[in-house]
Write a protein that binds this ligand. Structure first.
Ligand code: PMV
Length: 343
C-alpha cells in the first residue's frame, strides 16, 4: 500500500476536491517521547516497530498558515510544479531545492487537487528546529490540521493522526496536549497505527528544555533508525523492553509515581541511544556537553534530588522534574526553559 492509497481511503469522495476556504491556520504542540519510537516496520507509511508514549509541550510547537493558489508553471511540465509551493519557514522563503521544502511539497502532493495548483505555506516554530526537539512532529501535525480546515474535510482525530504519521512518524502524537500513546498496530495498511491521548493529567509535572546546541542534526532520525534496525546487535533487546516500559510508565503516570516515571523514561532513552552507538557506522547524537550534563544530573540524583532526563535525535536534553523543584533547577541550569505541559 502507498501513501496515496491511505489518503484516498481516508478522504473518500473528498479526495483531491477543491478547498472550501481561502486560507486556514492551525497550531500543533511539539511532543517529547517518554517511551521512544525508534524503527519502522514499513518505511513508506512510517509504521513503527513499537508503540510509543509522549508528553506534549503545551504552547511550544508549530503554527502553520496555508492557501491554495493557481500555478503559473505549465501543467505539461509535470516535474516543475512540484517544487513551486511557496514555503516560508520561520520567516524565510525556502528555495525549492531545500530539503525541508521538498519534504513538505512531497507530502502536499498527496492532497493537491490538480497538478497546476500550488500551496502557499507560512510555518513558524517557537522552539529550535532540528535539534532533537521534534519540530517535524509539530510541523506535520499543524500542516494536517490546517489542510483539514482549508478543505473542510472534518476528519476525526484518529484519521488526522494517521495522515500526520505519513509526514513524520512522531507527528501522529502531536495532535493532543498531555500524555499521548501511539499504537504500533499490526495491519499492513497502518489503519490501526494512530495515536490517542491518555486521560491522566499531572499538573505538577515539568519538562525543562536544556538546549546545548541549535546546530542541525548530523544524520536524520529516519536514516539513523534504519541504520540501527539493520546493524545494531542491541536492537532486539530494545524491541523486547519497549512494551514493558510503556506498561510501567502508564501505571506510574496513573499513580503519580515520579521516581518510576523518571527512571523508566531515562532508561528507555539511554537504551535507544545504546542501539545507535552499537550500529554501524555508529551514531552518536551527544556532544561533550550532553555527557557533562548527564553526569551533573546523576550527581544531583545521588544527593537525593528527583531529576531525570530524556534525549532524542539531537544533543539536547529534556529534564523531567516536579513543580516544587523548579527554582532549584533554574539555579542549576540557568539557561533552561521550563514548560508546564498541563497549564
Ligand atoms: O518522527 P521522526 O522521524 O522525527 O522520529 C522521531 C524519533 C525520536 O524523536 C527520537 C523518538 C520519538 O518517539 O519521538
Amino acid at each position: 500500500m502507498h501513501k496515496n492509497d491511505v489518503v484516498k481511503k481516508i478522504l473518500g469522495n473528498r479526495y483531491r476536491k477543491m478547498p472550501k476556504k481561502q486560507s486556514a491556520k492551525a497550531f500543533a504542540p511539539a511532543n517529547i517521547a517518554l517511551c521512544k519510537y525508534w524503527g519502522k516496520r514499513n518505511l513508506e507509511l512510517n509504521l513503527p516497530t513499537t508503540s510509543s508514549l509522549s508528553i506534549s509541550l503545551g504552547d511550544k510547537g508549530t503554527t502553520t498558515k496555508i492557501q491554495l493558489l493557481v500555478s503559473d508553471t505549465p501543467v505539461s511540465d509535470t516535474k516543475s510544479y512540484i517544487n513551486h509551493d511557496q514555503i516560508t519557514f520561520n520567516q524565510r522563503l525556502l528555495a525549492s531545492a531545500d530539503p525541508v521544502a521538498q519534504r513538505m511539497s512531497q507530502f502536499l502532493d498527496l492532497f493537491r487537487p490538480q497538478p497546476n495548483f500550488v500551496f502557499k505555506i507560512e510555518t513558524r516554530n517557537n522552539i529550535p528546529t532540528s535539534a532533537g526537539l521534534a519540530t517535524s512532529a509539530s510541523g506535520f501535525a499543524a500542516l494536517v490540521l490546517a489542510l483539514d480546515q482549508l478543505f473542510d474535510w472534518q476528519l476525526g482525530k484518529k484519521h488526522l493522526s494517521i495522515l500526520a504519521r505519513l509526514g513524520s512518524g512522531s507527528a501522529a502524537r502531536s495532535l493532543w496536549n498531555g500524555f499521548v500513546k501511539w499504537y504500533r498496530g499490526s495491519r499492513k495498511d497502518g489503519f490501526d497505527s494512530f495515536a490517542e491521548p491518555l486521560a491522566d493529567i499531572w499538573p505538577e509535572l515539568r519538562v525543562g528544555l536544556l538546549i546545548l546546541s541549535d546546530q542541525e542534526k548530523m544524520i536524520s532520525s529516519g536514516q539513523a533508525m534504519q541504520q540501527t534496525v539493520q546493524t545494531s546487535p542491541f536492537y532486539d533487546a530494545f524491541l523486547k523492553q519497549s512494551p514493558k516500559d510503556i506498561k510501567i510508565l502508564e501505571k506510574a503516570i496513573a499513580q503519580k509515581d515520579f521516581h518510576t516515571f523518571g527512571k523508566v523514561t531515562e532508561t528507555n532513552a539511554l537504551a535507544m541511544h545504546a542501539t545507535m552507538l552499537t550500529a554501524w557506522p555508529p551514531i552518536c547524537y551527544a556532544i561533550p556537553r550532553t555527557i557533562e550534563m548527564m553526569h551533573c544530573i546523576w550527581e544531583e540524583r545521588k544527593q537525593g534530588f528527583a531529576l531525570y532526563f530524556t534525549q532524542d535525535a539531537g544533543p539536547n536534553l529534556k529534564l523531567l522534574f516536579l513543580q516544587p523543584d523548579a527554582p532549584i533547577i533554574k539555579k542549576l541550569f540557568p539557561q533552561i526553559e521550563i514548560i508546564a505541559p498541563f497549564s
